[in-house]
Design a protein. Sequence first.
Length: 87
Amino acid sequence: MAPNEPSTLPLNGRCRVLSEGGLDVILPEHLLPGRTVYLELAPALKVYATVRNRRSFHYGVEFVQLNDSERGAIKRLCESYPPSRQI
């Protein structure tokens, strides 16, 4: 698989902090910065994100290629999170 192709292997992770631009997630696999992944944020909300940084199993990912509907859904999801888990 080329470095910029989205990952096709499912990984379960835990979101620590969510923002409209991306999230901080803990994943059980090592992914290199620059890697594009396909995330399921909610059953009806799946988006692409690019790994921007990594520290051990903690990753900062930035949402990419979002349409207006996805942006709105992420905004509503952010608003539903407690303030301590938002940026």
